[in-house]
Design a protein around this ligand. Sequence first.
Ligand code: 13P
Length: 251
Amino acid sequence: MRKKIIAGNWKMNMTSDVARDLVDGIKAKLPNPLNADVVVCPPFTVLKSVADRIAGSAVDLGAQNMHWEKSGAYTGEVSPEMLRDVMCNYVILGHSERRAYFGETDEMVNRKAKAALAMNLKPIICVGETLEEREADKTKQVVETQVRGSLAELGAKGWADAIIAYEPVWAIGTGRTATPEQAQEVHAFIRSIVRDMAGAALADAMRIQYGGSMKPDNAKELLSQPDIDGGLIGGAALKADSFLAIVQAAC
Ligand code: 13P
């Protein structure tokens, strides 16, 4: 049985006061029993204040990006070690917004994934097709290239720690969700690629999150699909009530 994982990607939102209120609100009303991993991924500037606030709670911490080098002359970048220093256990890598606006390639995402794993950060590696690619019937081709490139040569421990997030670009922030059937089809396909790359045991254990307009009213149906093991939530993660309702749907 794979444990579900619900992660909030706050993107470029939140200053420290609002961030603290949000995590206080999440902490206060977590489902009991909690049968899912819960992660918040704030922007770099509030990681420390959120880390202090969630210490000792069931809420875990992730970042939204990082560089693959340990340190050095990379102005504006943040290293895996720096993320560990502020208590991160997860890091989102290769989000479609990073790929589209900041030129991240599968090769860069792969370097980041290996660097994250070497520092005991669990990478949440994002893949997904654009609307144009879906309409041209290229979804599987695009997703397969991203999975094979971004997750190349992770090693057995790496495969065990890594998480994949399938985020169809056309569903992100648009209110247009993939239907449970559409999402399940791609998730099962991703798992078959992982099986080919890493073997059946690691593929069966791999958690694959869905992301793209996941909301309280569609979460349950998406999360009940056999190959959907969690959610990577954008807009609905910015309010405690809607994030908690999705966590509840996973429990
Ligand atoms: P929305 O939930 O706002 O569509 O964003 C999804 C996402 O990009 C999470 O990483």
